[in-house]
Design a protein around this ligand. Structure first.
Ligand SMILES: Cc1cc2nc3c(=O)[nH]c(=O)nc-3n(C[C@H](O)[C@H](O)[C@H](O)COP(=O)(O)O)c2cc1C
Length: 223
């Protein structure tokens, strides 16, 4: 069982968020998972050029670190997305990765995978950043096992408690993968969104050939 844990703080070892991510990784390992932490701030990932080539062909023409990262996520059974709050959003380094990952949404590449999200912030304003990353997991067809926010302003005790929670959540993620946990509400949300998006994929049939062919082969579009 593989879990990829994404770190998006440029602060390396000094990162508050990385500490929680490492605790989550320890919990998942304890439950038998093979966990790889990937620091996206150390990767060379170019901006999305918005030319829809990945929708047309299934991959991006750009030669950088993105293809390897995508391969790792696709090969994993679970994902933990973590980020510090940067102006009520994720840091640019992660936003670039998410923009380049639009095909995760178009091709439901997290289908059958599980994941959760972690955010630290100075103030208690972390919900919108969690929402943003949760949205990516859900729209990509993934099942969310939880989310964790920590306001650094709540002090060291809160940080210790969040570390414990992160460890439990890591363990729980591995268990969810093992038992193929059912989340019927999330599955019906996925279906609702897919029915809606099918109209867009159909409309773009010529330009989004790879997407369209996949949706037809999966039976998500009726021809
Ligand atoms: C550029 C920048 C923008 C930030 N914006 C916010 C913000 O909008 N709201 C907030 O509560 N904290 C904000 N913070 C504080 C960080 O979210 C907080 O210190 C976080 O724990 C840093 O995580 P890290 O140590 O993993 O990098 C910001 C920090 C930086 C450097």
């Amino acid at each position: 069982m593989k879990i990829i844990a994404i770190s998006a703080s440029p602060k390396g070892k000094a990162s508050n968020t990385l500490k929680l991510l490492e605790a989550a990784a320890d919990g998942a390992k304890e439950a038998g998972a093979d966990v790889e932490i990937v620091d996206v701030t150390k990767l060379k990932v170019n901006f999305c050029r918005g030319d829809s080539s990945c929708y047309r062909t299934g991959s991006c023409f750009q030669d950088d670190d993105y293809a390897d990262l995508k391969e790792k996520i696709v090969a994993a059974d679970g994902i933990v997305l973590s980020a510090p709050n940067y102006i009520d959003n994720v840091p640019a380094q992660l936003k670039v990765v998410l923009d380049r990952s639009a095909n995760f949404i178009h091709e439901q590449l997290l289908d059958g995978k599980y994941g959760f999200t972690i955010v630290t912030s100075g103030s208690p304003n972390y919900e919108m950043v969690l929402d943003m990353m949760d949205n990516f997991i859900a729209k990509s067809g993934g099942l969310r096992t939880g989310r964790l926010g920590l306001a650094m302003a709540h002090g060291p005790d809160a940080a210790v408690a969040a570390g414990k929670k992160a460890r439990e959540m890591g363990k729980d993620l591995a268990q969810a993968i093992k038992e193929k946990r059912a989340y019927p509400e999330q599955v019906s949300e996925h279906k609702k969104w897919k029915d809606q998006f099918a109209v867009t994929v159909k409309f773009n049939k010529e330009n989004w050939k790879h997407n369209y062919d996949l949706w037809v082969s999966k039976g998500w579009i009726k021809v």
